[in-house]
Unconditional design. Sequence first.
Length: 408
Amino acid sequence: MRTVAIANQKGGCGKTTVSINLAACLAREGRRTLLVDMDPQGHCALGLAVPEEQIELSIADVLRSATSNNPVDITRTIWQITANFDLSPSTTALSEFEMQVGSAGDAEDRLAAALSTVSDKYDFAIVDCPPHIGLLTRNALRAAGEVIIPVDTGYFSLQGLTKQLETIEAIRAGREEPLEIRVLANLYDVRTKLGREILNELKRKFEPLMCHSFINFNTKLREGASFGQPITEYDPGSMGFRDFVRLARELIAAGGPDLIPTTLLRQADDLAAKAERLLATSKPLFGKNGVNGNGNGNGTQAVSTPEQVQEKIDQIYGVRNTAEGVLFVTEAPNATRVSVAGDFNNWSPESTPMIPNGDGSCFRAMLPLAPGRYRYRYVIDGRWTRDPYNDLCEANPFGDVDSVVEVH
């Protein structure tokens, strides 16, 4: 599990917006992601519509009880936000942590110990730090292997960044493990001369540390937070969504080939298992009345070739024109909600939910579409994906690929 701290001495909603939307976009890219709120203000829960009065256990309980006879496991604090996206929230009780355990010998290592218990359950842990360097931030930096410093492209940003880098460098010097530092230009407004000058100055002074991605000023990000939704849910067609997807992919790519996502490995295992099941059922799938491929009628099952297996898959899944309309069929085992969004419904997943079959592994939708060419994507438990069974596709402006169906 890669642990990434989001730290900014200015704090405020800008830092938390980065934490929430980066975590949401990592989850959308198929990475199991845990967002840990180490800020006593509890803005992560607020920005994800988790009511504080319903939070029975928080990260404060985990940290305070670490050496007690009845420690609180971090899994007991977790709220599921969307598929692959969990939150361990904080409350104002976290502000008392430094006073309560500041003299303990393990005071700076408690978050790292808590996260180690779930390291096999997540690909990423995003830690939202408080706006000052204290015991809580030191816990986050001791647990993290990477730190991202969001810097607003405003007048005082350069001076504040220099001071924060000095502080983090001092903490890094006392660590045995490496700590990767990244600087993220945030709330960039290309329309202003000051914004362009500050971005250029950031690149000039801190180029080795700068993320290639940057976050443009976008009102949709603030609107999403006010509605308690990450940008992946509130407006996946916005510039803010595009920026955070790009940042998430940059972070994923920085892991190198040794960090092949476990999601892909699981998908490969699933495909292998499905191929085995299809081969095992070759008699009812490819034979007629139990007659094998040689037509000997003795009940002996013929061994299906890979081409036959693929032909059967193509017959079941994909998109095709029918007399009743366009039929969309996809496979999404264990999914809770699957929908199709595209040009035909203004890219609104809520407009076109897909109906599951009996075992919930296959979802379908029939749409009466007028003749034309339509782009579309599936939305599986909040994760947008192209149709893996349709080879007709095209790149979209957000760096992704949309599937395409032509209705005749």
